[in-house]
Design a protein. Sequence first.
Length: 331
Amino acid sequence: MKILHIGKQGNLERYLPKDSALLNMALVDLPIDQPAETYLKDGADADFIVVDAIAPVPGELIRKMPNLKLIHSEGVAFNQIDLKAAADCGVYVCNAKGMNAAAVAEQAVLLMVGMLRNAIQGDAAVRAGRQIEVKGGYIARGDLLELSDCAVGLIGYGDIAQATARLLRAYGVSKIYYNKRRRLSEAEEQAQGVCYAPVKTLLQKSDIVSLHLPVNAGTVHFADQAFFDAMRPGSYFVNTARGELVDDQALIEALETGKLAMAGLDTLDDEPVGADHPLLNQSEAVEKKIIFSPHIGGITRKSFFRSYRMIDEAVCAVCAGRRPEHVVNGR
């Protein structure tokens, strides 16, 4: 058996369980963004592809690998894999569903608290010798919020959003709104401490809105001008999902006008992000209203160990003639 790995080289040795049978399989370990011919040179006869969540796996590659049985994303995303070509060739495509839920939820809450406490500007103020000035301003205005002061809206309610809701409850947040295509049962809502709301209602009721949607044809620029116009004045926006969900110009306008107090962004459109990205070239007033993190929400060490445990189980299932879990291409 042979594995073609497309991603950060050495990941299989780093993250697979030490007793995994996969470690005894032949391995072709190559970086992302190579032409199909490069992968086919040594990997055309591979039985399995393990691939970085953002790396493309085109039909051209899939159709030229006659032994291929399974393509497994290292992460949750799989939109760069040609699902139809895989299904036509009888190849399972799986993702590591839920592998990074706890990690991304932590990142979402980190950005929420970081905005409410204006952590970046607070750090800069202390370094500039303005600690007491800034502290005194908060005392005089009485406007420093706790997370439990806020109603939080979660748009998309999969594994990550549900993990975020659990953390929010631990912070004492009592008003958590959610939106998803299929509403939970009343018993599930009560158990999870959440309340369903249509998107517009959620935007109007929430002090903090957090995106947890996948990217597809219907969600690109989901957060557009109408979206931000519907939010509460002075509210906060978090995106730990995908940068393509946000219309950057609409976000900039919402920050400029004060419609948004701040935005916390773990991901931007058009990654890898260059110095010329529009969100990085704004006035000082707008720049102070954004907290960036370098798309690290889902790449904790523990997340990768969870992912590779799923990959190990899926490959073993296919080798034993069983259908693996988390199949995303209808095989």
